[in-house]
Design a protein around this ligand. Sequence first.
Ligand SMILES: [Zn+2]
Length: 494
Amino acid sequence: MSKYTAAKYTSPLLVNHSARSRLITKVLMIAGLCCTLLACSKPQTTQETPAAPKTIINNVNIVDPVDGLATQQQVVIQEDKIVYVGPVDETSTATNSNDTDHIVDATGQFLIPGLWDMHVHFLYDEALTDVMPELFLRYGVTSVRDTGGDVTKLAALREALQDTPTPRIYFSGPLLDGKFVVYDGSDPSRPPLGTGVSGEESAMATVTALKSAGADFIKIYELIDPATYNSLAAAAKQLEMPIASHVPLMMTADVAGPIAGSMEHLRNIELACAANWQDLLVQRQAKITGFTEGLGHTLRSELHSAQRIPAIKAYDETRCDAVLDALTNTIQVPTLRLNTVLMLKPFERADWPEAATALPQNVLENWQARINLLSANSLDIDHTFANWSQFLIARLLERGVPIGAGTDTPIGLGIPGYSLHTELELLVASGMSTQQALYSATVTPAEFLGLEGTMGQIKVGMAADLVLLSDNPLENIKHSRTITKVMSKGSWVE
Ligand SMILES: [Zn+2]
């Protein structure tokens, strides 16, 4: 039984806070009672409320994902918004400081907008759930998209965290799968992140229920049938919920893609880019339709094993151009970190051991066992899909397909927060400029949720989610790791 049920969730981090909230509620109640007894009323004269204290960051080099570098700037934050960006201006009320303001001299440092991880799972391993928010913030990840998990638990988690330092959490609720469900909870590597949606008629009810439970978008999975996919998409559009999706195996990327706001992992695009894509599609449809008994996970694995590598070998560039040209309005979230994990072995990086110390002991032991197993079998691992994923980035850029940064943490040894910086490095190594990589982790995710007017850049009126770096990430994307301070919702994270 998990603790993430709406009524029961009590993170140890939150106990003091809840006690404080109860105290505040009591104070407010007593205050109300006194007012009633004394018949107090509002004062007749309007009193000026003192302006909230400001945070003033001086002499900072701004790295905006759209406008690029601006040196020697001043950024002023009040409450949770940016209220001034520009040169030091003595005449502006926004920049005039007083005693209660907090002034930071950031000479020589670089300021970027708070980063997003567009693909995380808080509930994949509940031994990690509690440490994930703090880890995201430590690594400058101030917003995340949870792309699959129980909607009630995710709503309870977000609610429980709302007054503590935490990234902004946007979630989809469960992976909406077909008659057979891949993440059905059948074994520890397949926790119950998914649910089956049976038929077109239940699509509207499903999406309505998710929306009223607090979901910000929906996530559609691989074993869904085309009619249900289209009905879910229509319901989501009607209820104004963005759609994240895998390419359903009974469809192709160029047909399913344009209907969704984002597609994940670049997975199954290879099936559409093959010269014999039509034959492959017919085979998949027959296999899924004829599958009457067994596990969703087994069904999907068999299809991937039978078709993925042959499809990559049958790559047809002209056909692939047509597929990619259909995706120019659909953000691709490549999760290169995940796709290449067996090839690039993040656990061999020099900074891995220190980053891993933040993981709970039981998780660490579990991961070490998997690393040992991987090392023992490394010669048998096929890297075709890992190489294909990296190859595809340059093709996406060439055809103008938008790309978003996501990691799938903690799946596949993804340390929360830390792994986002690996993703940025891999995007750059695969053909992105450093500025494009920053854009993919700031502006693009905001666009997915229609939040680009208020998040993702360093501009007046935008959310005060900011990361201060000691080195310039435009020079080398590895400098995104040189974090000196993180601001979330207008407050510095301790
Ligand atoms: Zn995922």
